[in-house]
Design a protein around this ligand. Structure first.
Ligand code: NAD
Ligand code: TYD
Length: 350
């Protein structure tokens, strides 16, 4: 039986991972440490609070006293570190929170693990969840990112994640901390905060609001269903080699404008009486420093761990959009407060 410290378990991927782990490893204990920023939502974990082996701690990963106490008291042998500021646009308007949480927060966790596991690390493992954005941007014909692609982050978000990846690497080489890092591509699926492209466009289209497309809309992302990502993290946690990094991707490259049009077509089919949703597409000023293309070469995951995505984009996107249709109360509540203020500031010119 393991005791997992999951950080950021009330966010999009973290909450999907908590659901995944409880389903597949019900004997393990989970401590979910989350500061409940605008992106954290305990409603993502409805029904789980009652599980005997699950415990939520409301706190900040930068709080060294709290993190040390958890390591001392809870006998933690596994860390799955999701907690982060995760939205590129927010990192452009307010980078400081990204440095604090993504860099200092990761450092705080690494220090606590190093001190606590110093004499007993044979059963322990620290998995750091990172992003393909650390590798920078690709041209149309470039090969996909591999684990040896040099880092070239272009946004405060990706620079802060790259810093945390470097710290994790250094703790392996310097202190022998049992770490593994995963760098994954853009996720989509249930519980994604509706500031990210897919839920934002779908909800705006439902409400006949403008669908903001940055620049020429030809930027390419490699979309991965969150459930496939959770399976990938599970595989790395159990069988990945210590000190290694693993790229997790969807083998599924799409230009933003094509995704927006796909979402419009899906809604047109569901609501044949409405005006075609593509009429709502609105090209807006591009994001500063906008990376042109991301693509992941996930062959190490396949060759070493036998992992590959199970969702096709066709089934994954339909399932996701239907989830948002069926969970309107969830996203309406999410849109309150902080989220609304940010959206107003971001799209004030529409
Ligand atoms: P998210 O923004 O939905 O959730 C982040 C969670 O972390 C929230 O619950 C938030 O409350 C919590 N948090 C933030 N600051 C904290 C702090 N100081 N202390 C404790 N908790 C804090 O993010 P996500 O999309 O679920 O991403 C999870 C991880 O995966 C991040 O590390 C992100 O960089 C990485 N990632 C995400 C994607 C993606 O497409 N979403 C792609 C690649 C990598
Ligand atoms: P996003 O979901 O913010 O993820 P990331 O920036 O981490 O890739 O954005 C995905 C792509 O969609 C990115 O190229 C920016 C673009 N985008 C828009 O065109 N309009 C929008 O309103 C948003 C939020 C994103």
């Amino acid at each position: 039986m393991k005791t997992l410290l999951i950080t950021g378990g009330a966010g999009f991927i973290g909450s999907n991972f908590v659901h995944h782990w409880i389903k597949h490893h019900p004997e393990d204990r989970i401590i979910n440490l989350d500061a409940l920023t605008y992106a954290g939502n305990l409603e993502n974990l409805a029904g789980i609070e009652e599980s005997e082996n699950y415990h939520f701690v409301h706190g900040d990963i930068c709080d060294a006293a709290l993190v040390n106490k958890l390591f001392d008291k809870e006998n933690i042998d596994t860390v799955v570190h999701f907690a982060a500021e995760s939205h590129v646009d927010r990192s452009i308007t307010g980078p400081e929170a990204f440095i604090k949480t993504n860099v200092h927060g990761t450092f705080t966790l690494l220090e606590a693990a190093r001190k606590t596991w110093a004499n007993d690390d044979t059963r322990c493992r620290f998995l750091h969840v990172s992003t393909d954005e650390v590798y920078g941007t690709l041209e149309a014909d470039d090969p996909a990112f591999t684990e040896t692609t040099p880092f070239a982050p272009n946004s405060p978000y990706s620079a802060s994640k790259a810093s945390s990846d470097h710290l994790v690497r250094a703790y392996f080489h310097t202190y022998g901390l049992p770490v593994v890092t995963t760098n994954c591509s853009n996720n989509y699926g249930p519980y994604q905060f509706p500031e990210k492209l897919i839920p934002l466009v779908f909800i705006n289209a439902l409400e006949n609001k403008p669908l903001p497309v940055y620049g020429d809309g030809q930027q390419i992302r490699d979309w991965l269903h969150v459930a496939d990502h959770c399976r990938g993290i599970d595989a790395v946690l159990q069988h990945g080699r210590l000190g290694e990094t693993y790229n997790i991707g969807g083998c599924n490259e799409w230009a933003n404008i094509d995704i927006v049009k796909l979402i419009c077509r899906h809604l047109d089919e569901l609501r044949p009486g409405d005006k075609p949703k593509a009429e709502l597409i609105t090209y807006v000023t591009d994001r500063p420093g906008h990376d042109r293309r991301y693509a992941i070469d996930a062959s190490k995951m396949l060759n070493e761990l036998g992992w590959k995505p199970e969702y096709t984009f066709e089934t994954g996107i339909k399932q996701t959009l239907n989830w948002y249709l069926e969970n309107q109360t969830w996203w309406e509540r999410v849109r309150d407060g902080e989220y609304r203020k940010f959206i107003e500031q971001q799209y004030s010119t529409l």
